[in-house]
Design a protein around this ligand. Structure first.
Ligand SMILES: Nc1ncnc2c1ncn2[C@@H]1O[C@H](COP(=O)(O)OP(=O)(O)OP(=O)(O)O)[C@@H](O)[C@H]1O
Length: 264
């Protein structure tokens, strides 16, 4: 790891939202997570950047319990979550959004959010009842739709939404679980310029309410939002620091941002 690696302990005194230590995950001979150490501090947006295939999604999947690490530990707010199922991790305050949206296309926008509200309240999906019959649920779902700019689209079928609106809805669904740590897997992917700006504003609005690990290729979004950035290359964190530190780090420029690229 380069000289801009983790800050001195006294600067990160509060219990981290997320602490990953020594995480290892291999697929056959390929090491997708190579002894990863990473912390997300309370209220911060911590961006995770790296080239295609660096292992970013693999890391998020291990954080959510969808993939089992070969070694290492994961703590959320000081408590180990290693032995917990994905559902229990959601109860602990973890939520993720996906690189490719993962919504119920034949349901309305409001119903997609209502399902997440009901799951948070302890109802299984099997017992899900139409939101139209539950006024309290309807109101709660609409709160999250308003927060993500989708209030006007509540009755629309998901299949009829634009790609950008589906990304907004995915964020609303994640927020409906009332997360304390949000894992965002490329929220800007496939968005046009105006939609990206809207998403950046939405995420900025959530800052300090929820800690975020932001996996993103769009460097404008990363530089606009991140408090700190970690750089993952071939499964290894090669640097971790502030936006300025990462921009100026020679290892990062060589490995990822590209030497001499004035845009970075
Ligand atoms: N289930 C799997 N089985 C085998 N190899 C896998 C599996 N999942 C991921 N990989 C490999 O692990 C490496 C890391 O993949 P991952 O999707 O985590 O990268 P990424 O940084 O998210 O890439 P991108 O930016 O393109 O989404 C890649 O070489 C990928 O092919």
């Amino acid at each position: 790891m380069s000289a801009v690696a983790e800050k001195a302990p006294e600067q990160a005194a509060a219990t981290p939202s997320l602490a990953v230590r020594g995480l290892v995950k291999s697929f056959g001979g390929l090491i997708a997570s190579d002894h990863i150490d990473l912390t997300v501090r309370p209220g911060e947006i911590h961006a995770l950047i790296g080239p295609n295939g660096a292992g970013k999604t693999t890391l998020i999947s291990q954080l959510m319990g969808e993939l089992t690490p070969d070694a290492g530990t994961i703590e959320v707010e000081g408590q180990s979550i290693d032995a917990l199922s994905t559902a229990s991790r959601v109860e602990r305050g973890l939520a993720r959004t996906f690189q490719i949206t993962c919504l119920l296309p034949d349901y309305t926008v409001r119903d997609n959010v209502a399902v997440a509200v009901q799951v948070r309240q302890g109802h299984s999906f099997r017992f899900w009842k139409p939101v139209a019959k539950d006024e309290a649920l309807r109101r709660q779902a609409e709160t999250y739709l308003a927060a993500t700019g989708l209030a006007e689209r509540a009755d629309e079928l998901v299949a009829n939404l634009s790609h950008g609106e589906q990304k907004q809805l995915e964020l609303a669904v994640a927020l409906a679980t009332e997360p304390r740590l949000l894992l965002l897997d490329e929220p800007m992917a496939g968005l046009g310029h105006a939609e990206s700006l809207q998403m950046i504003e939405m995420l900025r609005g959530l800052k300090n309410q929820v800690s975020m690990l932001l996996v993103e290729h769009d460097m404008d979004a990363v530089f606009a939002l991140a408090d700190r950035i970690s750089v993952l290359v071939y499964g290894r964190i090669i640097a971790s620091g502030t936006v300025d530190e990462i921009r100026d780090d020679p290892d990062v420029r060589t490995a990822y941002l590209g030497e001499g690229d004035a845009g970075c």
